[in-house]
Design a protein around this ligand. Structure first.
Ligand code: C5P
Length: 237
């Protein structure tokens, strides 16, 4: 059970806009009043900078700024603060950066003394990676063990939650408790292409598995009518 179940599902779908700015603005416009959250990743951010976060905030969206920080603690502390100053409501870092790095990010945000602290998430194992990919980089643990170990490290470092595969969500919900944010990409409605994602489930299953929020990109953004695709997904939940 998670404390997020009382929030309507449509408000817990985060639309990932990994496309050029014209298309992103077009999609955002069509989702106004329908979706609550947009995700700005590296594709859009490195093109547009902080102004794109402000643009989406001014349109009434909450913004998940997914830049996946991974650097020395001093740099990540500054990066987290800068990201939140630009208006981000949710940010990410790699748990592989270790507890000192994650604590520095949290500290950087707390020192801003904002009205409410933005949500911090740690990426455990990218949802595009499987066991062979972990072996390739010298990680001998099973994917699920690596995910669990990194998630617990993130929680003990003061991070609000994790980004994880929906398949690992039940275990993480059990280990992290009802209040932890568990944000799951790798979500595919029936019939849509997996793309480069490895460990996928349907939106419905992801929420059943304990996700607080789900991230959906291409199954919405690559449709001729993204708003219709969003509404079809939300209606089925
Ligand atoms: O298009 P798709 O639905 O696969 O988009 C998933 C989004 O979630 C992308 O923006 C990707 O960067 C992000 N993401 C992910 N796996 C993670 C963390 C973030 O796919 N572990």
């Amino acid at each position: 059970m998670s404390t997020f179940n009382s929030i309507p599902a449509a408000e817990r779908i985060i639309v990932a806009l990994d496309c050029d700015v014209d298309r992103a603005l077009e999609i955002a416009q069509s989702l106004k009043g329908k979706a609550s959250w947009l995700k700005v990743g590296m594709t859009l951010y490195y093109d547009q900078g902080p102004s794109i976060v402000k643009t989406f905030k001014d349109m009434g969206f909450k913004v998940f700024l997914d830049l996946k920080f991974f650097d020395i603690p001093h740099q990540v502390k500054g990066a987290a603060a800068s990201a939140c100053m630009s208006g981000a409501d949710m940010i990410t870092m790699h748990a592989l950066g270790g507890s000192d790095m994650m604590k520095a990010a949290v500290e950087g945000i707390e020192e801003l003394h904002l009205e409410s602290n933005p949500i911090t998430l740690a990426v455990t194992v990218l949802t595009s990676m499987d066991q062979d990919d972990l072996s390739e980089i010298g990680v001998s643990r099973q994917v699920v063990d690596q995910v669990q170990a990194l998630a617990l490290l993130a929680q003990s470092s003061g991070v609000s939650g994790v980004v994880a595969s929906p398949q690992e969500a039940p275990l993480l919900r059990e280990k992290l408790g009802p209040d932890a944010y568990i944000v799951t990409p790798g979500v595919r409605p029936f019939g849509s292409s997996k793309g480069d994602q490895s460990r996928v489930t349907t939106p419905e299953q992801a929420f059943k598995n304990g996700a607080s929020h789900i991230v959906i990109g291409r199954p919405i953004t690559e449709q001729d009518n993204p708003a219709e695709a969003f509404e079809a997904i939300a209606k089925g939940l």
